[in-house]
Design a protein around this ligand. Structure first.
Ligand SMILES: [Zn+2]
Ligand SMILES: [Zn+2]
Length: 324
């Protein structure tokens, strides 16, 4: 698990001759960049790479995030645009200079289904994962977060086996330089990963386990029937998670409120404190010492600009009672 805890692409390729475009960018100003950075908890958001991967870092900085999640390619296409070396170098350079950011994770494409009973789609999913992991490795991403998969009628046990076999194949091709974090799901349709036991069973069937981790999504676990509202429910749910999967396997937490009720099995995210979970459901995550090193990432709706991200970040930080 050590590799998952390394803090972003810090030890990137050394002396690059790249200079960021634009007049006297902040990350080229030593006076600004060398100011001491206060230790803040690892909280951030998913940011768009529509303007290129480096753009996501700039967006994260604007909301004073310490953690960032990106897609490493267009998430609705099987084949992504080539990621040029030049872009990778700029990305790593800006990351290194924006010292507030300490944790970088990625989310895989929505088309990938490691549980698919269809051999063509399953194979395609494996290849796509290998390709995304390579992009992650180049960018310095700590872990690629992946939905386990949907069995589409083949049954849960068959689906879980299929996922484990896919993960082994992926490992054989891609190695373990980037972790894979299976995300807890709401259990919508035939999606697997809505019970902690299912994640445990997948790990149990994998030959290579050391690089496998978990991403817990607050909206998904709630929709799947795990209550996290208030301290007692939080403790009960996290005890169950720790017993079944292990808190030390957590590579990230997705911080999303839920539009739908407990056990609805429907995945609809909403702003922190404005859904069925409510603010008390996030207090535990923000103050649990076991989770200090785990990046907490918003995937809440975004209106124009960064207003919504700023507001949700503020609400999360406002829940901190432990000193940071
Ligand atoms: Zn999520
Ligand atoms: Zn979701």
């Amino acid at each position: 698990m050590e590799s998952l805890k390394s803090k972003g692409p810090g030890q990137a390729t050394g002396n690059s001759s790249f200079r960021c475009s634009g007049p006297k960018a902040a990350w080229d100003n030593d006076e600004i960049m060398n100011r001491p950075v206060p230790e803040r908890p690892l909280v951030g958001a998913h940011m768009s790479i529509a303007g290129g991967t480096p753009e996501a870092i700039l967006l994260a900085r604007k909301v004073r995030a310490t953690a960032l999640q990106i897609f490493v390619k267009n998430n609705n296409r099987w084949v992504g645009k080539v990621l040029p070396d030049e872009e990778v170098e700029i990305f790593r350079r800006i990351w290194k200079r924006s010292r507030l950011l300490r944790s970088l994770v990625a989310h895989n494409s929505y088309l990938i289904n490691m549980a698919s009973p269809n051999d063509t789609l399953w194979q395609k999913s494996i290849e796509a994962m290998v390709e995304e992991l390579e992009r992650c490795r180049r960018l310095g991403v700590e872990a690629l977060i992946a939905h386990p998969g949907a069995h589409v009628g083949s049954g849960e046990a068959a689906g879980l086996r299929r996922i484990a076999r896919a993960l082994d194949r992926i490992h054989e091709e891609a190695g373990d330089s980037v972790g894979i974090a299976l995300e807890t799901t709401a259990g919508q349709g035939t999606n697997l990963g809505y019970r902690f036991e299912q994640l445990r069973d997948i790990f149990g069937q994998c030959r290579y386990r050391s690089h496998l981790a978990v991403c817990l999504d607050t909206c998904h676990v709630f929709a799947a029937g795990y209550d996290i509202r208030g301290p007692e429910n939080y403790i009960t749910t996290m005890e169950e998670f720790d017993r079944t999967v292990g808190c030390d396997r957590l590579a990230a937490i997705h911080m999303n409120d839920s539009k739908r009720r407990l056990n609805s099995r429907i995945d609809r995210h909403t702003h922190i404190g404005e859904g069925e979970i409510g603010l008390t459901g996030f207090q535990g995550f923000m103050n649990d010492e076991r989770l200090e090193d785990v990046p907490k990432i918003l995937e809440t709706p975004k209106g124009k600009g960064l207003r919504d991200d700023r507001r949700n970040m503020r609400k999360l930080m406002g829940l901190r009672t432990v000193e940071s």
